[in-house]
Design a protein around this ligand. Structure first.
Ligand code: AMP
Length: 287
């Protein structure tokens, strides 16, 4: 049986539809996105289908998470293609609100998750996590899903949202889905479309460098020195490294010595005008 995809633009219609499903006993799963959907997004949608009875995908390019000098205006918008992909995956509802529906003129509230938002991407993008937390809090209130799914591609964002949901007593389970990569290792991202052919060829070096670093870290050695060497390798190849750090996978505290705690390597770098981010787990040699 093919179910027709509902395309909804207002909060009132979203609530009406989701409330009806909920009163029928359905478990509702939300996947928030900014559209220009690729296999990374679609993997979360597939996961959503397995976790519940009704899958809701939101597509909203959230102005609050872009600084004035960033790419809000040029961010890829591919609604027709997105809707085709979601239809073929059997999604029940796509929520695509216009900007005024989300941010009415006198909108005045801002959600800030302290601590977790402050390092890594929070340094060069200080507006970013507040903008994300605010819009995700709104989406969770608008849809009231049982489960919401976010990708480990944006690992810091996943932890920020999980903390926000816990701190604000939101009755939702926040799940993370694995990072999906291109065949050559580049983390899939809507922004990869900005890369020139030459940059696209070079881009997988980010993943290669942090993966090799993670292996070296698992074998011991100075964390600071290994990170510095890896950052130099990227800089020599033409990346402008924003950060390359090892952090605790649960709370993002800096990891400076080998204590056996769960650790991840996090990196962000500009390649030309494109900002790439990536992260990998440091293998646990004890296992
Ligand atoms: P975005 O549209 O970039 O805001 O991403 C929407 C959701 O998809 C977020 O939870 C992202 O973490 C997730 N996502 C983006 N790229 C990937 C990827 N390559 N693998 C897994 N999840 C991803």
């Amino acid at each position: 049986m093919t179910v027709k995809l509902k395309i909804i633009k207002t909060i009132a219609q979203l609530r009406e539809c989701v409330d009806a499903w909920r009163s029928g006993g359905d478990r509702i799963v939300l996947v928030p996105t900014m559209g220009a959907l690729h296999e990374g997004h679609l993997s979360l949608v597939k996961m959503a289908r397995d976790k519940g009875d009704r899958t809701v995908v939101s597509i909203f390019v959230n102005p609050a998470q872009f600084a004035p000098n960033e790419d809000f205006g040029s961010y890829p918008r591919e609604h027709d293609e997105d809707l085709q992909k979601l239809t073929s995956l059997g999604v029940d509802l796509v929520f695509m609100p216009p900007r005024e529906e989300v941010y009415p003129q006198d909108f005045s509230t801002h959600v800030e998750v302290q601590g977790l938002s402050e390092g890594l991407c929070g340094v060069s993008r200080p507006h970013f996590f507040g903008g994300v937390a605010t819009v995700v809090a709104k989406l969770l209130n608008q849809c009231r899903p049982d489960v919401a799914i976010f990708g480990e591609k944006d690992y810091q964002q996943l932890l920020v949202i999980r903390r926000m949901a816990r701190d604000l007593d939101m009755d939702v389970e926040i799940l993370g889905g694995p990072l999906i990569r291109e065949g050559d290792g580049l983390a899939m991202s809507s922004r990869n479309a900005y890369l020139s052919p030459q940059e696209r060829e070079k881009a997988p070096l980010l993943h290669q460098t942090i993966s090799e670093l993670a292996e070296q870290l698992a074998n011991g050695g100075s964390i600071a020195e290994l990170c510095e060497t890896a950052a130099k390798r990227l800089a020599l190849a033409g990346f402008e490294v924003d950060y390359l750090e090892v952090r605790n996978a649960d709370n993002l505290a800096p990891v400076t010595t080998h204590t056996g705690e769960p650790a991840r390597v996090f990196a962000a770098a500009m390649l030309g005008k494109t900002r790439l981010i990536d992260n990998v787990a440091v293998p646990d040699r004890k296992k």
